[in-house]
Design a protein around this ligand. Structure first.
Ligand SMILES: C[S@@+](CC[C@H](N)C(=O)[O-])C[C@H]1O[C@@H](n2cnc3c(N)ncnc32)[C@H](O)[C@@H]1O
Length: 363
C-alpha cells in the first residue's frame, strides 16, 4: 500500500494552496463592499492619495472599518499604499485599478460579478439539497440584485463593442437593421442589449424575452426611463416565441448554456427565424474537454464553481434539465445542436473577447 504519511513540506504548500482560495473568496467579499460603499469610486476620484480618515470622510463611513478594509485590499495588491516619513499611510488606485473597479463606462469594468457576490455565495445554502435531488435553481433565486449584477457584468463590454464591432461582423445585418427589421433577444436579462440596439436602429423593432421576473422588471423600468419606442419585453413563462419565420435577427447572449432545454430552444429559434435571417449566438468560450478547459483557461476553476452556483443550477432548474452549465457549450456542441435544430450555416466570428465566443448561425 502507498505511503499515506504527509510530507511536511508538501503539506505546508498544500495548506497554503487551500487557504489561498479562502483568501480570494473573502477578498472578493471585500471588493463587493468597496463597490457598494463607494470606496473605490472615492479613491478613483481623489486627486491625490488618501488617508483612511480622508477616505472615511468622503464616503461617510467609520474610519476604523475603512482602515481594516483598506488593509485587506492593499494586502491583496488591489489598491496601493505608501507611508510617508511620519508613518502616515495613504492609499490610491492605479489607472488600471480605476478602470476595473470604478469606471462603469470602461470596457474592462469588472464590478458586476462582485455586485452579485452575496447572492451567488448565498446559493451555497441550497446546494446540499441540489446535490442530492439533482434539481437546481433559476436566475430568480438570486433575487433582484442578482439581475442587477448580471446587467453590470455584461453591459460595459457591450456598450463599447456590440454596435461598432459585433453586429458589423454579421453578414449584411447592420444594413438590414438600418432599413428596419424584426429582432428578438432571447434570455435578454435586464435588457441592456435590446436597449442599445433599439436606440441605434430606430427603424427596427426589438423584443427581449426572458423567464426571470426580476430581470424583466428591471428591463421594463429601464425601458420606461430610456423612452425607446421600438422595444418591448416579454415573459416567456406566459407566452411563446413566434413560430412563423418572422424574425430577421435573433440574439442570445450568455444564456443558451443556462437553459433547461437548450436543444428545444434552438428548434424554437429555427421556427422563429426568417429564411434569410441570422442568429447571433454568444456563449462562453468553452473547450471540448475538462483537460482542455483547465489547460487553456486560467479562470476554469472560477467558471466551474460559478456553474454550480448559477449557470448549471439554472440549467437543471426543472426535472430533466440538460444541465450544460458555464463551460457546457463549446463550438463543436453548438454546431451539432444547431444542425439538429435545422440550421445549415455556422460561422465563428472574429470577435475578440476574454470570456465569450461569437457565432453567426443561419437557416
Ligand atoms: C447570464 S444571464 C444573461 C442575460 C443577458 N443575456 C445578458 O447578457 O445580460 C442568463 C439569462 O438567461 C435567462 N434564461 C434562462 N433560461 C431561459 C429560457 N428558457 N428562456 C429565456 N431566458 C432564459 C435567465 O433568466 C437569465 O436572465
Amino acid at each position: 500500500m502507498a505511503d499515506r504519511t504527509a510530507d511536511p513540506d508538501k503539506l505546508k504548500f498544500y495548506s497554503y494552496t487551500v487557504f489561498t482560495q479562502l483568501s480570494g473568496a473573502v477578498t472578493a467579499g471585500m471588493i463587493h463592499l468597496g463597490d457598494k460603499l463607494g470606496l473605490f469610486s472615492s479613491l478613483a476620484d481623489a486627486d491625490s492619495p488618501l488617508t483612511t480618515t480622508e477616505l472615511a470622510t468622503r464616503t461617510g463611513l467609520d474610519e476604523r472599518w475603512v482602515r481594516e478594509w483598506a488593509y485587506n485590499q492593499a494586502a491583496a495588491k488591489l489598491i496601493t499604499t505608501e507611508s510617508d516619513d511620519e508613518g502616515i499611510e495613504r492609499f490610491w488606485v492605479t489607472p488600471e485599478a480605476v478602470a476595473v473597479l470604478a469606471r462603469p463606462d470602461h470596457p474592462a469594468y469588472g464590478m458586476g460579478m462582485f455586485h452579485r457576490f452575496p447572492q451567488t455565495m448565498g446559493a451555497l445554502e441550497q446546494m446540499p439539497s441540489s446535490f442530492v435531488s439533482g434539481l437546481g435553481h433559476d436566475y430568480d433565486s438570486h433575487g433582484p440584485e442578482g439581475a442587477v449584477g448580471i446587467e453590470r457584468s455584461f453591459e460595459p463590454w457591450n456598450k463599447h463593442n456590440l454596435i461598432p464591432t459585433v453586429l458589423p461582423a454579421l453578414d449584411g445585418v447592420v444594413e438590414a437593421l438600418e432599413s428596419g427589421i424584426s429582432v428578438a433577444d432571447i434570455g435578454c436579462g435586464a435588457g441592456g442589449a435590446i436597449l442599445l440596439m433599439a436606440d441605434a436602429f430606430p427603424k427596427s423593432i426589438f423584443v427581449g424575452y426572458d423567464i426571470s421576473g426580476h430581470a424583466l422588471e428591471r428591463a421594463d423600468n429601464r425601458l420606461a426611463k430610456a423612452r425607446v419606442p421600438n422595444a418591448r419585453f416579454v415573459d416567456l413563462r406566459g407566452s411563446q416565441l413566434p413560430n412563423d419565420h418572422s424574425i430577421d435577427l435573433i440574439t442570445t447572449f450568455d444564456c443558451i448554456h443556462d437553459m433547461t432545454d437548450p436543444q428545444g430552444m434552438m428548434c424554437k429559434i429555427r421556427e422563429a427565424i426568417a429564411p434569410g435571417g441570422s442568429w447571433l449566438l454568444v456563449d462562453i468560450k468553452a473547450r471540448d474537454s475538462f483537460a482542455e478547459n483547465v489547460e487553456k483557461n486560467p479562470m476554469a476553476a472560477l467558471l466551474y464553481g460559478m456553474s454550480i452556483l448559477s449557470c448549471m443550477s439554472s440549467a437543471l432548474s426543472s426535472p430533466g434539465g440538460a444541465g450544460l452549465g458555464t463551460l457546457g457549450l463549446p463550438e463543436s456542441r453548438a454546431r451539432e445542436m444547431a444542425e439538429v435544430a435545422g440550421f445549415t450555416r455556422f460561422r465563428k466570428l472574429d470577435v475578440d473577447h476574454s470570456v465569450n465566443a461569437f457565432y453567426e448561425i443561419r437557416p
